[in-house]
Design a protein around this ligand. Structure first.
Ligand SMILES: NC(=O)c1ccc[n+]([C@@H]2O[C@H](COP(=O)([O-])OP(=O)(O)OC[C@H]3O[C@@H](n4cnc5c(N)ncnc54)[C@H](OP(=O)(O)O)[C@@H]3O)[C@@H](O)[C@H]2O)c1
Length: 303
């Protein structure tokens, strides 16, 4: 039994980035575990937190006295990061290291997220946690910096590397496709980048299930802490993903597969960034369903 069970009081969970697409889902899935202190840049649901201001981070930890932290905030504008390296680094790397140091000092566990974009995408099999990262873009480089800073801080941390996140809310491929398919008769979509779509809801649910066990003292982060790959199962190209969205939505439009070279963007993307989830599955006994199942469930909800 943990101190919370014995005292009958509820653990305090500090959620950073509560207004992002994953953070928004986490506000719901974490609610059953304890008191959620939902911090965000604009303070929509609780305290304001700006990761560009390290003093505000220290203040937030001191004021909220959390028993656990989930950090869903990040600089996620992949193309913009190419010309805004400094801001991306401060939010994705420096602030994560500072957060780690604050939590290491008080022994507070943290769950944090990283990305498939830490890999160059040159393998012909799913990437494992033991594969060498080599990001192709600034976003991936700064997220890798965050992973390293958190691990080096000595905090009791779990880092979930995820990919291709979509959901019913936020800026994501699913919502963009649904809008464009309604507006246009024809759409060109990249067919040579392969990855694993991940529903933000599933990511938030997996996080809550793991955190429940951490808070009860059933999972010792000194033993199982570290990096894990956590994505929807299966793999598909953006074109394949768009085709599944078109089919399930029943909209009238048509899709044309194109190579990445026909869709130039400031940031280079990996061609193959599927993540092997075996370590997560074997350690925690949980796995996300196939991406098609989650897509159908998310679309059901949108309807
Ligand atoms: N989306 C993906 O496809 C994807 C793929 C792999 C990994 N990930 C990782 O998954 C995690 C969650 O991503 P997401 O998709 O939920 O991203 P998101 O929707 O962009 O949410 C990120 C949140 O961070 C907040 N934020 C930005 N700058 C901040 C600052 N200076 N201080 C405090 N908060 C700040 C944003 O606030 P505003 O909304 O007010 O700007 C936003 O609410 C991130 O670690 C991301 O790197 C995402």
């Amino acid at each position: 039994m943990t101190k919370h069970d014995m005292a009958g009081n509820r653990p305090r969970i500090l959620l950073i980035g509560a207004n992002g697409q994953v953070g928004w889902e986490l506000r719901r899935t974490l609610a059953g575990l304890g008191e959620v202190i939902a911090a965000s840049l604009e303070g929509e649901y609780g305290p304001v937190i700006d990761l560009l201001d390290p003093a505000s981070l220290a203040r937030l930890i001191a004021d909220s006295q959390p028993d656990a932290v989930v950090n869903a905030a990040a600089y996620t504008a992949v193309d913009k990061a190419e010309t805004d390296h400094e801001t991306a680094r401060r939010i994705n790397a420096d602030a994560v290291g500072e957060l780690g140091a604050l939590l290491a000092a008080r022994g507070t566990p943290i769950i944090h997220y990283s990305t498939d974009f830490v890999f160059p995408g040159t393998l012909d099999r799913p990437y494992t946690e033991d594969d060498q990262p080599a990001p192709l873009n600034v976003y991936g480089e700064t997220k890798l910096g965050g992973e390293r800073a958190l691990l080096e801080s000595g905090a009791r941390a779990l880092i979930f590397r995820t990919s291709w996140v979509y959901g019913a809310r936020g800026a994501n491929f699913l919502l963009t496709m649904l809008r464009l398919l309604r507006e246009r008769d024809e759409l060109r979509v990249v067919d040579d980048q392969i990855g694993s779509p991940t529903w933000s809801r599933m990511l938030a649910e997996m996080t809550a299930m793991i955190l429940y066990r951490v808070l009860r003292g059933e999972l010792d982060l000194d033993e199982v802490g570290g990096l894990y790959h956590l994505t929807g199962s299966g793999q598909v190209s953006w074109y394949g993903f768009a085709s599944a969205i078109l089919e399930a939505s029943g909209l009238e439009s048509s899709l044309i597969p194109i190579p990445s070279t026909d869709y130039p963007a400031p940031a280079k993307r990996p061609l193959y960034s599927v993540l092997d989830n075996r370590r997560f599955r074997e350690t925690f006994g949980l796995a996300m369903p196939d991406w098609r199942i989650s897509l159908d469930q998310c679309l059901e909800e949108l309807r």
